[in-house]
Write a protein that binds this ligand. Sequence first.
Ligand code: ZN
Ligand code: ZN
Length: 442
Amino acid sequence: MGICKFVSVILFLSLFCLPISICSLSSAELAEISTNFLNYAQKPELVKWMVDVRRRIHENPELGFEEFETSKLIREELDKMGIAYKYPIAVTGVIGCVGSGEPPFVALRADMDALPMQEMVEWDHKSKIPGKMHACGHDAHVAMLLGAAKILQDHRHKLKGTITLFFQPAEEGGGGSKRMIESGALQNIDAIFALHVTARTRAGSVSSRPGPILAGCGIFEAVISGKGGHAAIPQHTIDPILAASNIILSLQHLVSREADPLDSQVVTVAKFHGGGASNVIPDSVTIGGTFRALSKKSLVKLMHRIEEVIVAQAVVHRCNATVDFFADDSLYPVTYNNEVLHQHFINVAGDMLGTEKVEDMKTIMGSEDFSFFSELIPGYFFFLGMKNESLKKFETAHSPYFTINEDVLPYGAALHASLATRYLLEFEALSHLSKRNVRDEL
Ligand SMILES: [Zn+2]
Ligand SMILES: [Zn+2]
């Protein structure tokens, strides 16, 4: 056996035989923690309380960095449970603390913000704020993390370290996670977990994958300036509408002709504003959009080429163009799942739900600001299924008809609590291996 093969076998064994060798508890005892937590979370009074919390938040949606009432509700519930917390973190954020107060530290994160859109679902707990809605499930995320807080607090004497509960503001484009990091939230934290509800996976199942799970992302806006005039006398004008149209076509060639077909990327122009009358050529046009990639290298390359193409194509049409990327540091990293934590997730979720309920998923080109956390420390992000055809069709996130399958709240709470509790129990091996596995690319 060559040395490389030998090293790979050792790494394989160390990755996939974790629970057997490194923890004082047996695999069966570890599995029991997960099933017990699920039974605990499914107690009618706990389910009723989580549903009530979720509905109260749903009725009063708040946008990024404005989650004052949501934050207050969270703190009131933590107070009732006797859980200490830090506040404010990044304006409205809250960090609760359960366990010994000593290392190791593991974090669980829920986002709190709503979206600027009108809810179209007619039900008793419809949003009371016109033009604002919890259409991404962050109300349910908060309820499930509070549910986990209750489970953990009721089992606090068994925790072998400290679990920090991150209630994060402004996930929907505000970079709330980045602000929390700047406030020192990740100090001493060894690993972090988060979940997101999804209508793509069945209720009672979860889905995730090791490595890149969500894309890195950037946004751009460009102003293409020409010379306006009468639409019937184009020779006296410099037409920015035609220039912008050609720019948009050229931008499509970045992915189709320049990117490796095996390296997924997206460039979408989603905004085109120009002109106001059918017989007037306007002075300028504004276009804007998003770009996505699965590595920082590809993302940065796309950003540079988007600027080059816009500026050069504008010149072809005798126009000028300026491109704004809203600061270089506005790029969202790829959300990367630590491979050792993936194995931990498979063990925990498999024990709780059954291995057949733990689904492998493809990478999605959506983005998450959880990526700022998992860029710095071992992190893990997974999806909690809501689909149940016998109930109704659950719309995908950001639809005005989005609804939550409240039956899945106990699963989210128990998974959170179990992932963190077992991480602390298996800390020695997990932290050692997961830190070795932190990618160096981003
Ligand atoms: Zn969203
Ligand atoms: Zn979301």
